[in-house]
Design a binder for this molecule. Structure first.
Ligand code: ATP
Ligand code: MG
Length: 471
């Protein structure tokens, strides 16, 4: 027993658990992530309570005292949980774990508090605060987790090779915490991760992506991704991103390292948004560069079509990574497909028509696309970046002006397919599509205004031109 933290654990639930334990001769502790976050002053709603005895029994007794009738019991795991004042309270009996080589599921036996702390992944995650009456709020910290927290270090309580080999998910957790909290992974631990990287194969894609998404959402995600790359964990589950790494030089011409460029874009965008999918769009924006890379004597390196191929690669990558294959994926695809468009408007004379087309295609995702493009402006040359950003602001202004004038962003052509069909008394056919597209193009190109009468007139002319007549 070391330091008095009783003033930190001031929620009523802790007093209630303490009273119930005292009346029943039980001993309980609040443990793990909640204690870590309490000390780091990070908000947390998951409270884990470990008891020397049955977690199910203690949960039942505490719930009864608090008049809570919705308690979930997971008998197979020996855990029980309920919600109290917005917090998820989970009860579990202290346990001892031992592992076999081909699964991360341990053999579990009842154990002491010490056993339970030994099975935790990191010293900062092994802290326990006593809820017992005589020692309420005292910290049980057998591995100097508090000191590691002060020194911002991720360290395993026991031998790192064994810790990571027993449950390889911990390697990803180490890197996730270092990215989330800005902590350093202790050298021994980092070396052990490198040695055990290929053990990740026994971890399911769902668990991997949970941790990766936490890295993506961390304040500076490059911290995590660089470590994933350096330890070769990234190679195990996301080889397409690894392929971005490297610089090739031919005839004295080099291209940039697209892996580090991608990370710069990801860090840039993370200063602007906490949206997971916009951050994923940054990760994916150049994903097809390795596959589209060509060298030309005059131009040097090109990556023609990487935006389209990148968009095409996304469903397969999302599927493999167990990311959702729904509207989120479509959104990422769209941003990847369009990511060069705003910047291409910076160069040369921009026509209103090009601006209208971008507004139309980006629709409600225009702001996000602009955020991505802005983040994509990276160069070692500050002057170049400044100049680009200035020109980019002009494009933004122009987009606003045209949108205010023409309202094409959420534009629905004023003539529907149904109207075309009824006017010419025909069913759905190729010609209907031709006329519809021609009307849309005429509006976007500024030949006619976004207006019913003009579009109707245009429809009649177009129909005549392609030999469709009113019957
Ligand atoms: P977060 O809630 O931010 O994801 P956490 O550390 O609280 O992080 P949880 O999954 O809530 O993670 O786990 C709670 C506690 O259980 C951890 O703090 C740690 O003590 C322990 N724990 C979780 N996963 C593992 C693991 N794979 N190996 C060892 N201990 C673990
Ligand atoms: Mg937690």
């Amino acid at each position: 027993m070391e330091e008095d933290f009783s003033k930190y654990i001031d929620k009523p639930i802790f007093r209630t658990v303490s009273e119930v334990c005292n009346e029943n001769g039980l001993s309980a502790f609040v443990i793990g992530g909640y204690v870590r976050d309490l000390i780091l002053k990070r908000p947390s709603k998951d409270i884990d309570i470990v008891v020397l005895g049955s977690g199910l029994d203690l949960a039942e007794k505490v719930a009864k005292r608090l008049d809570i009738d919705k308690v979930q019991y997971f008998k197979n795991f020996g855990t029980a949980m309920f919600v109290h004042e917005g917090d998820d309270i989970e009860f579990v009996g202290a346990r001892k774990e031992s592992y076999s080589r081909d699964t991360r599921k341990p053999i579990v036996e009842n154990g002491s508090l010490e056993d339970d702390q030994n099975r935790r992944d990191f010293t900062i995650n092994a802290l326990a605060l006593s809820l017992n009456k005589s020692s309420f709020g005292y910290l049980v910290d057998p591995f100097d987790g508090l000191e590691d927290m002060e020194n911002k270090i991720i360290r395993t309580p026991l031998e790192p090779d064994k810790t990571y080999s027993d449950d390889p998910l911990r390697m990803l957790r180490a890197i996730r915490f270092s990215s989330q909290l800005g902590f350093r992974i202790e050298a021994e631990s980092l070396a052990a991760i490198e040695r055990n990287a290929d053990r990740l194969e026994i971890i399911s894609a769902e668990r991997i992506i949970d941790e990766v998404n936490k890295i993506v959402l961390s304040p500076k995600p490059s911290v995590g991704f660089k470590k994933l790359y350096d330890t070769k964990l990234l190679h195990q589950f996301f080889p397409e991103m690894v392929a971005l790494q490297g610089i090739e030089t031919k005839n004295g011409k080099s291209h940039k390292d697209n892996f580090y460029h991608t990370l710069e874009v990801l860090d840039n965008i993370s200063k602007e948004t906490d949206d997971l999918w916009l951050r994923w769009a940054a990760i994916m924006h150049d994903i097809a560069k390795p596959r589209t890379k060509r060298f030309h004597d005059k131009q040097g390196w090109t990556f023609h079509g990487h935006e389209d191929l990148g968009a095409k690669m996304i469903p397969k990558i999302f599927k493999k990574l167990k990311l959702p294959l729904d509207a989120k994926m479509k959104y990422v695809q769209k941003l990847v497909r369009l990511h060069l468009r705003p910047i291409s408007l910076v160069k040369g004379n921009v026509t209103d028509s090009a601006i209208r087309r971008l507004l139309f295609e980006a629709g409600e995702d225009l702001e996000d696309l602009m955020t991505l493009c802005n983040a994509d402006i990276t160069s070692k040359n500050e002057y170049k970046v400044e100049k680009y950003k200035r020109n980019f602001k002009l494009v933004e202004k122009k987009l606003k002006q045209i949108e205010e004038k023409d309202r094409v962003r959420n534009f629905q052509p004023p003539i529907s397919g149904e109207l075309i069909m009824s006017t010419f008394n025909m069913g759905p056919c190729y010609e209907v599509g031709v006329i519809k597209t021609a009307i849309k193009d005429a509006i976007l190109d500024g030949h006619i205004e976004n207006d019913y009468d003009q579009a109707y007139q245009f429809m009649l002319e177009k129909a005549k031109e392609i030999g469709v007549s009113k019957k």
